[in-house]
Design a binder for this molecule. Sequence first.
Ligand SMILES: [Zn+2]
Length: 491
Amino acid sequence: MRIFTAALATETNTFSPICIDRRAFEASLYAAPGEHPQTPTLCTAPITVGRRIAAEKGWQLIEGTAAWADPAGLVNRQTYEALRDEILAQLRDALPVNAVVLGLHGAMVADGYEDTEGDLLQRVREIVGPDVLVCAELDPHSHLTEKRVAAADFFVFFKEFPHTDFVDRAEDLWRIAVDTLEGRVAPVMSIFDCRMIDVFPTSREPMRSFVDKLMRIERDDADVLSLSVVHGFMAGDVPEMGTKMLAVTNGNSAKGDALARELGLELFAGRGTYRMPEIDERQAVAQAMTAPAGPVVIADMWDNPGGGTAGDATVVLEELLANNVTDAAIGTIWDPMAVRICMAAGEGAEIPLRFGAKSAPGTGRPIDGIVKVVKLVRNAEMRFGESFAPFGDAAHIEFRGIDIILNSTRAQSFDPSLFSVMGIDPTSKKILVIKSTNHFFASFSKIASEIIYCSAGTPYPNDPAKTPYRRAKRDIWPMVADPHRPERGAA
Ligand SMILES: [Zn+2]
């Protein structure tokens, strides 16, 4: 067997001001054929798992390019077209192949391409013809478009959010691909449009039990090859934005259709119960100030660079200042220009500085004042599980008694080590303000006396009922109360 594999992925928040060019891919991950490292990043596990499978089977794996950019805004048209064409040329050179196994994200939007994955998959299908297996692993924060479904044989999405299972799902993808190539199964996709958009953390109920149920069905029902909840991505303003339920069965589309519908309606019935409880910056700061002990972690959950925002909002900081809070630290506020000024001034300098809230409306106001430059670190890194996440040249400044970390590479706050590398003991502070929606929890919960999920300002379109969509459908929940009602009435 000869199998072609490649990866092309990013997550596009179409409301984000941070545009993505080739340099952004190169800064995150760009690997020429054969040069992908041994450890996968989020969307490239089909390559590393594929190496093992091919070696075990004695099959030939032909690797194409792997490119991943950290979530941000619109992808530059030339950048997308060049990466796409690079991979398609590699595929043509690899022919004949028995299968194409891709790592994608599913929410990439490029200038001129609302459905980049659909565009790529359609071109792959045109090259290989109708009989070659085409499949992909994707992130559930994805738009499952008709074009993609028509072009591919099957998809597997991560089940967990946080996405701790991207390697496990790549194993699923390859197992189904191998079984298909060896003639044991014939995968078909059934899709149910839940006609909703929501946030589905699997680290808490009720989504935890729902995902456990999907895995139980996969284990117990031999006809069911894979089940995925495609969460959808509310920050992607594209026509097919929304939550979908996907069932991949062994040639049994009648059963798959019924199962996708049943599970999709069950998911819809729980609408509005999946998200973590959120409070605004006034309530968050008041609650943190009255806590008996620290550190209280305030997650500025929607100014999360992992969701494509700049990470430079000052809304929570302004509230701390308004309450004259001093026993607090903020990690981080993205401001490369302010970092350069601090670097030029040097440690110990007291300088006038404007910092933060320069990227977009809804992120607060830039802060002006005399700050003390406490510590400077070039190419700063925080821990992230077993590895490290860079946050660029960084400055620890003190302003009106608050310790603030300014950074120059956008990064969500994964780990308390981001404070310690900048000379701040995070356990000594009453209040820690961080920028992350969900990924921070595993590490910060170990030191926090309390965790507060704070929705501050509007750096991210987190309320679909109010988001000024121009391209997304508006006849889905929560824009309408029950989009399934007319269908039920008719049935
Ligand atoms: Zn995701």
